[in-house]
Design a protein around this ligand. Structure first.
Ligand code: ADP
Ligand code: MG
Length: 233
């Protein structure tokens, strides 16, 4: 049995169909997809010691399969530079979540390094009643939320599909290095899209997937957030 399957089976056996960010990243990492190294802390002390191990600045986020939109709920604290800030962030996250989601089952807090800024892109997968799994690509932030500047292809994708879906979004010039911004490694993004397509093909239990955002650089890309939802449940 693959490690990917083990992660999926473990989540299913707990009667859940929503993976935490940590589980989703673990799963995608197994599939060769680059994600920010993310660890679970189950106490304030552990959050601080993991932060020290990883090296500041760090990010703390709520780890709960009942909280899907983490920052909306006050569950994301970015750019923490000291143990004091990390400790306070832990307390603030717990307080905010307990207030807004009194019923939520909390696994802990995820700790990860603050990734350097890049161009934010997203890759998503959802299942269409007619076409089956469909991949989406777009630029992150307001470009996707307000302008819906995204492209779609049906899984499985061939290399040409990946190339075309990147080039056909209106915001493509931003990836080529707009106004002094570093140009993005587009070939690497193509590979990333193909890896996601392959992962989706290999894991039919995955109902929905979101890498939002991925930070794209001139020398690669890394997903800082991941969401995976399984079929059923
Ligand atoms: P959610 O989408 O559940 O609200 P995210 O994990 O996407 O939470 O975090 C919200 C935002 O914080 C992201 O869109 C990204 O801009 C920023 N962010 C999250 N993780 C990191 C990280 N490791 N390094 C830098 N920025 C991050
Ligand atoms: Mg996100």
């Amino acid at each position: 049995m693959t490690t990917e399957q083990q992660i999926i089976d473990r989540v299913s056996s707990e009667g859940r169909n929503v993976l935490t960010e940590i589980e989703a990243k673990e799963l995608l990492k197994q599939a060769g997809i680059s994600v920010v190294d993310t660890k679970l802390a189950t106490s304030r002390e552990e959050a601080i010691s993991i932060s020290q191990q990883l090296g500041f600045p760090v990010v703390l986020k709520i780890a709960s399969s009942d909280v899907v939109h983490k920052s909306d709920a006050g569950g994301v604290k970015l750019g923490l530079k000291t143990t004091k800030q990390a400790g306070k962030a832990y307390d603030d996250i717990m307080k905010a979540i307990k207030k807004q989601y009194p019923e939520a089952k909390i696994q802990g807090v995820s700790v990860q390094k603050m990734a350097r800024p890049g161009v934010e892109v997203i890759i998503g997968m959802s299942k269409d009643a007619q076409f089956g799994p469909v991949l989406m690509f777009g630029l992150g932030g307001i470009l996707v939320e307000i302008l819906k500047d995204v492209s779609f292809r049906i899984v499985p994708l061939v290399p040409r599909d990946a190339r075309e879906m990147i080039k056909e979004i209106k915001g493509y010039p931003l990836l080529e290095g707009y106004r002094g911004q570093e140009p993005v490694d587009v070939a690497n993004l193509e590979e990333l899209i193909l890896k996601v397509s392959n992962f989706v093909e290999q894991n039919p239990e995955v109902a929905e997937l979101d890498l939002n955002p991925i930070f794209a650089y001139s020398d690669g890309a890394v997903a800082v957030d991941a969401r995976v939802i399984l079929e059923g449940g």
